[in-house]
Design a protein around this ligand. Structure first.
Ligand SMILES: Nc1ncnc2c1ncn2[C@@H]1O[C@H](COP(=O)(O)OP(=O)(O)O)[C@@H](O)[C@H]1O
Ligand SMILES: [Mg+2]
Length: 306
């Protein structure tokens, strides 16, 4: 009998809508592949719902909390439902930019120079010479990210708001000009490297998800040496956090710097987008793996204790 797969999607994060699109695309692929499929829009009652549905495998295509921070993975472990992507620890750590950066550095993966400070300190004065970036320690989708340029006489005063929602401490990072690169890992293998050319000023929420908001170059327009280094660092970053299944690492690359000196890993996304036009499916296709084959691979790779 064919496996019964629950597609976990939606949720209540800022990325709910894109997750629903990922879920819809994956559910369609699973149906084409002959699996029994139950799509589930994840709510606070997910443990009860899964106890009723009793799937053989959970395909997790949530973005943001609770599917990307390890908490849903904890529920799946308790319910003994094998699941896709990273486990409890890697998911939680990947979301915590400060901890993830420490582990990347220890694994020889270059990261942007920076510091972590209370938000009011970051608001009081420039802690780095502009241009620099201020971002939350645990968000996604460029939510709460500020690029402070030499034209800004003060840091962004949004940081002082009483209703500031992105944590008491923030990350302040040197702004790395140049290219935005991304590379996926599938199991133990790094795929290719995409260069994302935004149409807006920086790679923010709209540029990521609005149609025509950004252009993808695959392969990225970089030297073959840097290309291979991005692949190597993506795999090293994936392994440094003990990620599983598919992940996607984001990089900045200042191509004015010689060699790979201008390369820095921003983060590893443990729950990358899975629409037909998302970055990971595009990288898989480039490596000869169709969307349906990618989804099948995820289901067959699913397990507990990840
Ligand atoms: N140090 C940096 N230099 C240049 N751009 C940055 C830097 N940090 C973040 N950015 C820009 O902000 C975007 C979001 O930052 P990122 O660290 O990936 O957080 P998120 O989890 O919100 O995606 C990046 O894709 C990049 O375009
Ligand atoms: Mg990012």
């Amino acid at each position: 009998m064919s496996k019964h797969v629950a597609v976990l999607m939606g949720g209540w994060s800022a990325e709910r809508e894109i997750s629903l699109l990922s879920g819809k695309a994956c559910a369609a692929a699973l149906a084409r592949l002959g699996y029994r499929v139950t799509p589930i829009d994840v709510g606070r009652d997910i443990a009860v719902v899964l106890g009723t549905v009793k799937p053989d495998v959970a395909l997790n295509v949530l973005h943001g909390r609770p599917g990307e921070d390890g908490t849903l993975q904890g529920i799946l472990e308790v319910l003994a439902i094998p699941y896709t992507h990273s486990g409890v620890m890697a998911s939680a750590v990947a979301m915590q930019k400060e901890i993830a950066k420490t582990l990347f550095r220890a694994a020889g993966v270059q990261v942007p120079e920076g510091l972590v400070v209370p938000r009011l300190e970051a608001a009081a004065r420039h802690l780095l010479a502009p241009p620099y970036v201020i971002k939350p320690l645990a968000e996604g989708s460029s939510v709460g990210v500020f690029i402070v340029t030499p034209e800004h006489s003060h840091p962004p005063q949004e940081l002082t708001r009483h209703d500031w929602q992105y944590g008491e401490r923030v990350m302040v990072e040197k702004f790395i000009p140049g290219k935005e690169l991304t590379c996926a890992v599938m199991g133990d293998r790094a795929l290719g490297v995409i260069e994302i050319v935004p149409r807006t000023k920086f790679y923010d929420y709209d540029a990521k998800y609005a149609p025509g908001g950004s252009k993808h170059l695959l392969p990225a327009d970089i030297s073959s040496f840097v290309y291979q280094e991005v692949r190597r660092m993506s795999l090293a970053a994936h392994n440094a956090l003990a990620c599983r299944g598919v992940s996607r690492a984001d990089f900045r690359y200042d191509d004015r710097v010689d060699g790979t000196g201008g390369l820095a890993c921003l983060e590893v996304n443990t729950q990358p987008g899975m629409t037909q036009t998302s970055l990971v499916p595009e990288l898989a296709a480039h490596a000869g793996v169709t969307f349906d084959e990618l989804v099948r691979w995820m289901i067959e790779d699913a397990s507990l204790n990840r």
